[in-house]
Every structure is written in C-alpha cells, then in structure tokens.
Ligand binder design. Structure first.
Ligand code: FPP
Length: 238
C-alpha cells in the first residue's frame, strides 16, 4: 500500500513530460531503446501510485509530433513497446476502473498500434475512477490548429467562439486543465506539451531521469505543489 503524504492541496490533474530515457540508457552503455523499455515500466508504476493516491487525472507525454525527426529504428522501437505494453495497460485499467484516453492524431501511427489504441479507448470508455491520457503523436500547436480547423468546418459563428467552446475542440475536451506539470530529465521547457491547457499550471522540473522517477520523486513534487500559492492572475488573500 502506497501512503500519500498528508498535504493541504492535491492536484486533480497531473501531466508529465517523461524525459531522459535515452540518457539513462547511455549512462549504462545500453541502446536508447533499453531506456524506453525501462521508461514504460516506470510509467506503469507511476500510474499505480497516482491511482492509489486517488488523483483522478494523469496525462503522460510519450511521443511528440516532433519526435518523428528521430531515427526510424528508434521510432519503430518506441511504437512496438507502446503496442506491446498497451495490452497490459488495458488489463490494469479494466481491473481498476481506469479510462484510457489518447491525445494526438491516430493518423501516421502504425496500423496495429492504431487498432490497439482504438481497443483501449473503446473497452475503457465507461470507467470513471481515474483517467489516464496517453499523449503520443501529440503536439500542442497542432492540437490548437486542428481545433481551429474543426470550428471553421463546423461553421461556428465568430461571436460564439470563446475559451470554453474552444477547449471543447481540443483532445482534452471534458478533462480539467492540469494543475501540475512535471518534467523529468533536467530540461526546463514545455516542448509543445498541453500549451493551451497549462496556462495556469504549476510546473515542477526535476533532474531525475524518467526511468529513475519513483514514489519518492512523486511525493516531492506533490509536497512542492501543495506549498505553492495559485493565484490565477489575481492577488494573494490579505
Ligand atoms: C523521452 O526520453 C522519451 C520518449 C520521447 C519516448 C517515449 C516514452 C516512453 C516509451 C515511456 C512511456 C510510455 C507510456 C506507455 C506512457 P528521451 O528519449 O527524449 O531521452 P533523452 O532526452 O535522454 O534523449
């Protein structure tokens, strides 16, 4: 049983940029794909911990629209790992009432992965204890452009366009904005991740490489989050 530190505020939605698989592998003289394999194990453990902590929404950034610039061997390897591990993910989700969502474009992904994703979404669509969104073939700017395209195609009149409506055209429609964005691996940027939705998110950077990210690190991020004062552009209370 994983115990949650006693905290004043807990985020309802945590979104994670899982960075550092390649460096983790390199440090051990292993191929980059070994880092990604270890990274998926970490992702599974992290889902389990957030589930036990009863944090209702978790988003994991697994593959960006820019990651297509990597060598084909690495891309194929990542997709193969995702496809294989989604099967276990679906089983865990079904046993625990977790809804799996996909953020990003299915087009361009290998057909077998597309099928597996479709199956995961369909099988878990009525689960409501937690939602786990997997962002792959995802880019924040691309998401915004696609939303604008859908609005135009839907002939929405300009006076009806507002932030609430626009949000409904994003992949994250019906999911609250992230309260906390965590990035592992030491870089301090958002890398096109949930750029609309993270407007008021608290951001937590850690040098820990993703495969080494564990309960201790999650607790640290949650403690720091609980100490932040969120003001959403307003003033602190007197
Ligand atoms: C980031 O490390 C990792 C990726 C871009 C690849 C995909 C992530 C996984 C396979 C783990 C999660 C999986 C699921 C199912 C949610 P990097 O390669 O950019 O590392 P580097 O910065 O050290 O080179």
């Amino acid at each position: 049983m994983t115990t949650l530190p006693n905290l004043k505020h807990l985020p309802q939605h945590v979104a994670i940029i899982m960075d550092g698989n390649g460096r983790w592998a390199k440090q051990r003289g292993l191929p980059r794909l070994a880092g990604h394999k270890k990274g998926v194990n970490t992702a599974q453990k992290v889902v389990e911990i957030f589930f036990e902590y009863k944090i209702p929404h978790l988003t994991l950034y697994a593959f960006s629209t820019e990651n297509w610039n990597r060598p084909k061997r690495e891309i194929d390897g990542i997709f193969k790992i995702l496809e294989e591990r989604l099967e276990e993910g679906i089983k865990f989700a079904q046993e625990n009432g977790i809804r799996i969502r996909h953020l990003g474009k299915p087009d361009g992904l290998p057909l077998r992965l597309q099928e597996k994703v479709k199956q995961a979404l369909e099988l878990t669509k009525n689960n409501s204890r937690m939602s786990v969104s997997l962002a792959f073939n995802y880019g924040g700017r691309d998401e915004i452009v696609e939303a604008a395209r859908s609005l135009i195609l839907g002939c929405i009149s300009p006076q009806d366009v507002n932030e609430k409506l626009f949000s409904q055209y994003l992949y994250t429609a019906d999911t609250p904005d992230p309260d906390l964005v965590i990035r592992t691996g030491g870089e301090m940027r958002l890398s096109n991740f949930l750029i609309w939705q993270s407007a008021y998110a608290e951001i937590y950077f850690t040098p820990v490489l993703w495969p080494d990210f564990a309960k201790k690190e999650i607790d640290k991020a949650l403690i720091i989050y609980s100490q932040r004062q969120r003001r959403f552009g307003s003033l602190p209370p007197e």
